[in-house]
Design a protein. Structure first.
Length: 187
């Protein structure tokens, strides 16, 4: 089995900025309750302080194949490395004033719980399984195998307003470091 956290990014197609996230910087978060893997319900519009939300298409499971052609979809591969990077940099993000980190996908909270446990994530994943937040905020999505999935992007939210958007995100394992670099310039 391939180590999912060791990916040769140069062999995968890189996503291009299609402009579908350009409207997000400075926008207020829509009030949409999302079920979290810790059993809570999170409304990002009402979360105070500095919050980082990384949106990803889907986490795979070791016992379940990814959709056919997954590696050919620009930006699709890399959910596990991205989550692990936010896990590994969680304490550092806190030192930059980040109060909350969340992952966000359209997978069910039950499905996401397996990833939280397997990857030992110190933060919750949020489920937008009905695409309510994606629709309200006009987040970029794509369809594959009958699934509507979020394109990979990261939002830095301050008191319910989006302060910065990282889009497209590639390679995903560097996303947490990119967020920290941006935060360091804000201090």
């Amino acid at each position: 089995m391939t180590n999912l956290t060791q990916v040769e990014w140069s062999k995968l197609p890189s996503p291009e900025d299609d402009g579908r996230a350009a409207h997000l910087t400075g926008a207020k978060m829509a009030s949409v309750p999302l079920v979290a893997t810790d059993g809570s319900v999170v409304d990002l519009a009402g979360v105070s302080g500095l919050t980082v939300v990384y949106a990803y298409p889907m986490t795979g499971r070791p016992d379940t194949p990814l959709p056919d052609g997954w590696d050919d979809i620009p930006g699709a591969r890399g959910c596990t490395p991205q989550s692990c990077a936010f896990r590994d940099h969680h304490a550092e993000l806190s030192s930059f004033g980040v109060s909350q980190v969340y992952g966000l996908s359209t997978q069910t909270s039950g499905y996401q719980r397996e990833a939280v446990e397997r990857l030992h994530l110190p933060f919750a994943l949020l489920s937008d399984e009905n695409l309510a937040l994606a629709s309200a905020m006009r987040l970029p999505t794509f369809d594959v195998d009958g699934l509507s999935l979020l394109k990979r992007l990261t939002l830095v939210i301050r008191d319910g307003v989006i302060a910065e958007v990282f889009y497209p995100v590639f390679p995903p394992d560097r996303n947490a470091a990119d967020v920290m670099n941006w935060l360091s310039r804000q201090l």
